[in-house]
Design a protein. Structure first.
Length: 270
């Protein structure tokens, strides 16, 4: 339902987790899919204050019906200046709640927060603090490839075990088909057999690592992905690339699944 309001092409999603505002742009995920991809407790989703920056408005809400209460109003007053700063637009209007109209109609915000009601830090003050922070703190350069998945996150581990198990089964099926056709033995002989054996062995070890919460498991997933691509078989390459994205950040994988769901739903509706 969250994907039907207003012009979605230029929307920015945000959620307030703890005391931090998280942002999501250029994604097919809605708030719930995004929240779940972060590995957070799904039972708490409806209590999370979230919203959109869209149509020159910042709209705060929470709950299934996109309504508002005193907490939402307080958050809107407090965090709207920092959201304006992130969006580089100090003139954005601030609202709470959304009127849920019929399908296909534009959904409108409910309560306007006036400028004199906003209690958060002003844009100028926030910018001044950021400039001071930049001069005091050295710029840190992160790793070239940052692995964002948390091995201690039970939600991620459960998903990782299922995904790796599916990759293992598909890999075995592909190898059986290639062996039955004689393609593996005819192309590179011993090297292909060794790669096939190593892929299956490492996938099994990866599942074991996720079950036991072994810290090096995420690197095994990357190694398996590279080995699948090295097979130079089209299906192995596709699986290897998808599994590589999942091993780096499950958010990419969730976004891909959401995209596929949207494509399928659009075809069914048409």
């Amino acid at each position: 339902m969250e994907g039907r309001r207003g012009n979605m092409n230029n929307r920015i999603l945000f959620m307030i987790i703890g005391q931090e505002v998280k942002y999501l742009q250029n994604s097919n995920m809605d708030h719930r899919e995004w929240y779940n991809s972060l590995g957070l407790d799904s039972n708490l989703f409806d209590s999370i204050v979230r919203g959109y920056v869209i149509d020159h408005k910042i709209v705060f809400f929470k709950g299934f019906n996109f309504n508002y209460d005193e907490e939402v109003i307080r958050m809107a007053r407090m965090y709207s200046p920092s959201i304006r700063e992130v969006c580089h637009d100090p003139s954005l209007e601030v609202y709470c709640g959304i009127v849920v109209n019929s399908y296909g109609e534009k959904w409108e915000p409910v309560l306007r927060i006036l400028e004199n009601e906003i209690t958060g830090v002003s844009v100028d003050t926030m910018q001044e603090k950021l400039e001071k922070k930049k001069t005091k703190e050295p710029i840190e350069t992160g790793p070239v490839l940052e692995l964002k998945n948390d091995i201690n996150d039970d939600v991620f581990r459960k998903r990782a075990i299922i995904v790796t198990g599916i990759v293992l089964i598909i890999t075995i099926i592909i190898k059986v088909i290639l062996f039955s056709k004689g393609e593996i033995l005819q192309v590179r002989n011993t090297m292909d057999i060794f790669l096939a054996f190593l892929q299956i062995l490492l996938l099994v070890l990866t599942i074991y690592g996720y079950v036991k919460k072994l810290s090096f498991t995420k690197y095994l997933g990357l190694i398996v992905s590279v080995l699948l691509v090295l097979t130079l078989n089209l299906w192995d390459i596709i699986i290897g690339i998808l599994y590589f994205l999942f091993s780096v950040d499950q958010g990419y994988f969730v976004s891909f699944l959401s995209f596929c769901k949207n494509v399928v739903s659009k075809k069914k509706s048409s």
